[in-house]
Design a protein. Sequence first.
Length: 221
Amino acid sequence: MGLGQKIIEAIEGFRDSQRKKQPGVVGQFWRDGGKQLLYDLPIVPGGMVIDAGGYKGEWSIGMVSRYGCRSWIFEPAPVFFQYCQEYFGKNALVEVHKAALGGENRKAAFSFFDNGTSEYGAGNSQCFEVDVIDVARVFDEAGTSIACLKLNIEGGEYEVLERLLETNHILLCDSLLIQFHRQPAGYKESYENIVAALQKTHVRVWCYEMVWEKWIRKDIQ
């Protein structure tokens, strides 16, 4: 192992130890395995995943390397879209889309806050226009079941899930990884309604409230 790799591993080890020391649900998530929990999924080579809120593509990197699956990344922030596009540029298993998922096709103004970039954040000087794409259309274009739908989209998950439930495209999701957020206004009622609806078709395997949840379709369970 080269010196550079040793330094990287040392830094990551320190970060991991700090994460585990955090109080409450966040710390418990990391103590229970953290990111490794996000990779234990019912996926076979050639399966398809959707990575909504791709950021720097870390989850897709892990999924493609572990399972040999295909990934569609949706990342609206120009800097992170470009990062993913350059990183995966020669990887035929990955498509990177400069767009956000939503309940309909529309334009939206997003505010840039690194990995908290959102349509629902407080406005700042780094606002930019985003193409929001109807998630039902994306599923139709995929033309296959989705081995995992990963949602980390800073409040947009409610709109996406409501649309999938409305159109019954939710039945095409073998599994879901969802990070729910305390936004937009009315999120509590939306969360309760979504959970109640999901329980008809999927089983919640584990839940770290407002951190991450994992759901598996009942016939796969």
